[in-house]
Design a protein around this ligand. Structure first.
Ligand SMILES: [Ca+2]
Length: 117
C-alpha cells in the first residue's frame, strides 16, 4: 500500500522472477525418469535493487508424483533435481519463492512443472 502514499522511489516493489532466462514465471518441461533437471532464476531482478533470497521447494499437494525428490541448491539462484528412476509417471511442481530485503519485505513466486513421461 506504500504505492498509494509514497513516490515510486520511496516504496518497495516486488522482485521480478525470471526462470531459465525466459520472460515469464511459469515453465513446463517434459522429463524422463532418472533425468537431472537444472533450474535457474539467475536473471531475476528487483526494481529497487534489493538483495534477493532464493528458495526452491516442491509443492507436493499440486503434483502427482509420489516419489520423494530432493532439491540440491534449494537456497541458491541455481538448483537441480533428479527425477527418481523409479518414477514412472506424474508431475512435479517446483515453486521458487523470491524474497527481497526491502521494507516491507516482498516475495514473488515462480513455478516449474515437470511432467514425467
Ligand atoms: Ca524490492
Amino acid at each position: 500500500m506504500d504505492w498509494c502514499t509514497k513516490s515510486y522511489e520511496e516504496a518497495n516493489h516486488e522482485p521480478t522472477v525470471v526462470l531459465e532466462g525466459l520472460a515469464g514465471n511459469i515453465m513446463i518441461r517434459q522429463v524422463r525418469p532418472g533425468d537431472t533437471i537444472s533450474l535457474s532464476a539467475a536473471v531475476s531482478s528487483d526494481p529497487d535493487g534489493n538483495h534477493l533470497f532464493y528458495h526452491w521447494w516442491i509443492y507436493e499437494e499440486a503434483g502427482s508424483c509420489k516419489e520423494k525428490i530432493h532439491i540440491s541448491g534449494a537456497y541458491s539462484q541455481k538448483a537441480a533435481i533428479t527425477i527418481p528412476a523409479s518414477a514412472r509417471t506424474g508431475s512435479v511442481h517446483i515453486i521458487l519463492s523470491l524474497t527481497d530485503d526491502g521494507e516491507p519485505v516482498l516475495t514473488s513466486y515462480g513455478r516449474v512443472i515437470l511432467n514425467i513421461t
